[in-house]
Design a protein around this ligand. Sequence first.
Ligand code: KG4
Ligand code: ZN
Length: 340
Amino acid sequence: MNILAIESSCDETACAIVKDGIECLSNVVASSKDFHEKTGGVVPEVAARKQMEFIVPVLNEVLQGDRSGKNIDAIAVTTGPGLAGSLLVGIYAAKTLSFMWNKPIVPVNHLVGHIYANFIKKIDMNEIQPFLPEFPAVALLVSGGHTDLIYIKNHGEYVYLGGTLDDAAGEAFDKTARLLGISKYLGGVLLSKKASECENNLLKGRLPRPMINEDNYDFSFSGLKTAVKRMVEMENPPVDTVACEFENAVVDVLVYKTMRAVNKYNARTLLLGGGVSANNQLRNRILLESKKRGISCFIPPVSLCTDNAVYIGSAAFFNYTEKNIDEINANPSLGIMDKF
Ligand code: KG4
Ligand code: ZN
C-alpha cells in the first residue's frame, strides 16, 4: 500500500510516499525556519503563509509528475497537535486530493508520528535493516513542544506514563541556548555543539537533575533553565562548560527515567523519537543502557528526527483509521492519547 503523507503542523511543509509503512519511496521537506530566525520564534501567521507558498511545489516534487494519483492508495495527513493555520494548509491539500482522486484519507497524530520514524527501514550500505521494532515497547518522545514517556502494547495501544510538567526538553535546550547567547531560535543543536567543545566539565553535578529520584515518569525542565541563569549571573563560567553541564543534566534525567519505565514494564524495545533524539549524547547513552539490559533500541536517523512526512505515512499505515473528508479537522492541542 502506497500512502501519500502530508505534514504541515508548524514550520516544515513536508510530503512523502511511504510503502507498507516501512519503505520511503519519496521524501521532500521545505522549511520556513530562516524566516522565524529573524523574529526569534515562530509567528503563526508567517508560518501559515509559508505553508501556503510551499505546499503545491512540495507535493509536485514528491509526486514526480503523477497528477492522477494512480500510484497512491491513501492520503495521510497530520491533524494535530500544531499551529491551526499551518495544520489547515496540509489538511485542505489532503482533503482536495482525496476528493479529486477518490482515495481514502487517514488522520495522523503528529506525536505518534514521531515514534514511527523507527519503523522506516534504514538503508545502510545497500542492505535493508532486516527487522522492525517489537512490542511491548517504551517510547521516549522528546521534541520542541513535548516530553512524553509512553508504554506501547501494540500498534494503536498506547499508555501514557508521564511527561513534562512545564518546559519540554527541546524548549529547555532552546531557551538555554538563547540565555547563553548561543542562538536566538531553535538553538538545541548549537548548544549541543558548544557542549561538545568542553574538555573538562568543572561544573560537574552543579546543576539540578529535576525529579530524577521521584517515583513517577514526569519531568520538569523550567527550573534547570533558571538555575543556569543564576549560575551565569553569579559566576560567569565559560559558555561551553555551562552548556556541557546543562546537556548532561537533561540527558541524565531523560535516560534515568526512561530506563526506569523500561524495567518496570518489561519492555522488549525502546523507541526514541522527536527533534531532541538528534542529540548525540542522548542517542549514545540510550543505546548503551539498552545494550546493558539486552533490549533492542531504535533511534531514527537524524534526518527523520525533526519534522517530516515519512513518519506520518508509517504511522498512518500501522494505525489506519479511515475517515470521511468532513470528519477531518485541525486539532491544535491534540494529546498523544487523544482519539480522533
Ligand atoms: O520534533 P521537532 O522537530 O519539532 C517539534 O515537533 O517540536 O523538535 C524540535 C526541537 C527543537 O527544540 C530543537 O532545538 C531540538 O528539537 N533539537 C535538539 C537537537 N536537534 C534538534 N536538541 C538538542 N540537541 C540536538 N542535537
Ligand atoms: Zn515534531
